[in-house]
Design a binder for this molecule. Structure first.
Ligand code: ZN
Length: 575
């Protein structure tokens, strides 16, 4: 680490961040009034350090869960409704149908659909209240709803009940999205109660679900710190994370809010050393609006983001108890080596990067922005097993995630100061890089792997050779391009413009199916989604194969067009 970087990191203290965490540990930040109070506290602390902050005031469409319960035969079971459940204040009664599903065993499958054999299941689902293992996720709710369920009960894996959200619509619904809103009440129960309810389902019993929901438009505050760079380009790195939480949400996400506060303070104090700018945002509406705050920002500043944003960095659940490893780092391939260096230098740890999930305020994929980090440090697998923990989506692996147990003890001072330094150094180096630290050769290598993998699964039913050839041509062009950069035979300005613009093409083609400036649903998006069907031909019935192949011809055209466009852009560097 050079002396400038070291001097920067030495300025990090826990004074401001820990004080904010202690404040946040004292009040729930679910309802917009409480979230706005949290925003005021962050804003006040920023102002106290002379950091200018602009507070936007969007009206956000949110669904705030209240109480819920399940009643049957004189017994009452404790339950929590996910955001976007339908309100059932007077109760919804129906026969209970149990649909077994595999419990997600790691973070990769938490957000996936759960049902093994949907067609066989429909008979027992239609007209009934369905109970199944899972986190009452959008995939689960939409699948059961499609098959005719009138209500859904998700069984959480342990004794706690986790809050969540069950809409698959990303952010505030557009008019045309409204018919994809969940149309049934949903609740989550814990494992022991779930087992008791399964027993009731098995003897043909009925239940009544009660859910108390408040849904509508809410005045929200959204503070943005804009630290201008000195190169006159107007370009910036976007660092962001959610401030609204479930209950007092210390590990998810008071620690992230505190991290961004300290990064803002230190970067503002060192603003004369910044080449590009840094923008830092605290989001409302993450938990109750399916990323409504970051989506609002992505919509309202879309063209500015397209023009000027060189990277987006998400800050969710850093600095938690027992979180010593960096083995579940969300990172796009082009940023993998850059992030690995940062973690190695700050924490002396190796990283295992993974494809970013369709979650966690990654609201910028359809614009096309290189991205890294979502969650940061996590506990070891062995630690998790020893504690009997199941996979959760935050809090460094602590199962207090999204429960009333996510209190002050979940934050850890040593982890926090380390993770603040990781975020600070990543954003600072990214902003100051002479050449943007994104290696599109790594992304193209990932594409080639994906294509080879899909081809293997498709066998002779579909030929992906044209995709492979186009990716190889892009790779060859990139080899020349990065060679020219290393040899200084291309200007930094030209190189950076191309590296930035490649994201506008290659991020959408790898992470989205829907057009730019819209938002894909909050469901898993497979790599190179327009040709992903090639990997699923095994499960396509013989009489439908022709339709699948037709769809793949179109999807392959879209991919190759994007790869060719990227190659022409890279080739243009020479002219
Ligand atoms: Zn979170």
């Amino acid at each position: 680490m050079n002396t400038q970087d070291k001097a920067l990191l030495d300025q990090v203290t826990l004074d401001e961040p820990w004080a904010l965490i202690e404040e946040f540990a004292g009040f729930a930040r679910e309802h917009p009034d409480d979230v706005n109070r949290g925003m005021d506290l962050v804003t006040d602390r920023l102002k106290a350090h002379g950091v200018p902050v602009e507070v936007h005031k969007p009206s956000l469409y949110l669904s705030i869960p209240g109480k819920a319960r399940v009643e049957t035969g004189g017994r009452t079971f404790r339950a929590k409704p996910p955001a976007y459940s339908v309100h059932a204040g007077d109760g919804l009664s129906g026969q209970l149908a149990y649909m077994p599903a595999n419990q997600a065993d790691d973070i990769d499958t938490i957000f996936d659909k759960k049902l093994a054999d949907p067609e066989a299941a429909e008979k027992s689902i239609r007209g009934n209240i369905v109970i199944s293992e899972g986190f009452a996720s959008p995939g689960m709710i939409s699948e059961f709803q499609k098959l005719g369920a009138i209500g859904v009960i998700g069984i959480n894996p342990g004794v706690d009940i986790h809050w969540g959200i069950c809409t698959e619509i990303w952010g505030i619904p557009g008019l045309d999205d409204l018919d994809r809103k969940p149309t049934v009440p949903a609740v989550a129960v814990n494992k022991p109660d779930g087992d008791a309810l399964i027993a009731i389902a098995k003897v043909g019993g009925s239940v009544t679900l009660y859910t108390d929901m408040e849904e509508g438009w809410f005045d929200s505050k959204l503070p943005v710190v804009d630290i201008p760079g000195n190169d006159g380009s107007g370009e910036y790195v976007l660092l962001h994370g959610h401030l609204d939480s479930w209950d007092v949400g210390v590990g998810d996400n008071a620690v992230g809010d505190a991290t961004m506060l300290e990064v803002a303070r230190v970067l503002w104090a060192n603003r004369s050393a910044l080449k590009r700018g840094v923008r830092i945002c605290w989001w409302p509406g993450h938990s109750t609006g399916r990323y409504a705050g970051s989506t609002w920002f992505a919509d309202h500043f879309a063209l500015d983001l397209e023009e000027n944003c060189v990277a987006q960095v998400n800050c969710d659940s850093p600095g938690c108890r027992w979180a010593t490893e960096f083995t579940q780092l969300s990172v796009m391939s082009e940023a993998d080596a850059f992030l690995a260096d940062i973690v190695s230098e700050v924490a002396n740890k190796t990283t295992a990067g993974e494809r970013p999930h369709r979650a966690g305020d990654y609201s910028f994929n359809n614009i096309g922005i290189s991205s890294y980090l979502m969650l940061s440090s996590t506990m070891t697998e062995a630690d998790r097993e020893e504690k009997g923990y199941y996979a959760v989506g935050g809090c460094g692996g602590n199962i207090a995630w999204h429960t009333e147990n996510d209190t002050l003890e979940i934050a850890d001072k040593d982890s926090l100061i380390r993770d603040i330094k990781i975020y600070l150094l990543a954003v600072f180096r990214n902003a100051n890089a002479t050449i943007l630290p994104f290696d599109w050769r790594a992304t193209t290598a990932e594409f080639l792997d994906t294509i080879a993998n899909y081809q293997k699964k498709a066998g002779d039913r579909f030929d992906l050779a044209p995709s492979r050839d186009a990716a190889n041509s892009l790779q060859a062009a990139l080899d020349g391009f990065y060679g020219d950069i290393a040899a200084d035979s291309i200007s930094a300005a030209r190189a950076n413009s191309i590296i930035k613009e490649l994201a506008r093409i290659l991020v959408p083609i790898n992470f989205t199916e829907h057009p730019r400036f819209t938002h894909d649903p909050a469901l898993t998006v497979k790599a190179l989604p327009t040709i992903a069907l090639a990997s699923e031909l095994d499960s396509v019935a013989a009489d439908k194969l022709g339709f699948a192949q037709t769809q793949l011809v179109r999807g392959q055209n879209r991919l190759i067009s994007a790869l060719n466009q990227a190659r022409r852009m890279v080739d243009s560097a020479k002219s």
